[in-house]
Design a protein. Structure first.
Length: 82
């Protein structure tokens, strides 16, 4: 039952994150990923701005949305560091 509930919450976040505006956040997340890439590439302060933007735009309508939004940054950082 716990796994089913977690999967439902994650599915809700993925649906929101991959949908186009006005109901989705796809453009916002792409912009944050670009800012994060510039920050990791050496532009001072942009990685911090990207992290703050992730926190500010995390959906309040999805339970655990902040955790999922921040967790989405991990694969982005992994790709940048390769």
């Amino acid at each position: 039952i716990v796994n089913a509930t977690l999967n439902k919450k994650m599915d809700d976040y993925v649906k929101l994150a991959t949908s186009l505006p006005p109901s989705g956040q796809l453009h916002t997340l792409i912009g944050i990923a670009l800012i994060l890439g510039l920050g990791k590439g050496g532009v001072p302060g942009l990685a911090t701005i990207a992290t703050a933007a992730t926190v500010l735009t995390a959906p309040s309508t999805v339970a655990g949305g902040l955790g999922y939004a921040v967790a989405l940054m991990v694969p982005i950082l992994t790709m940048i560091d390769k």
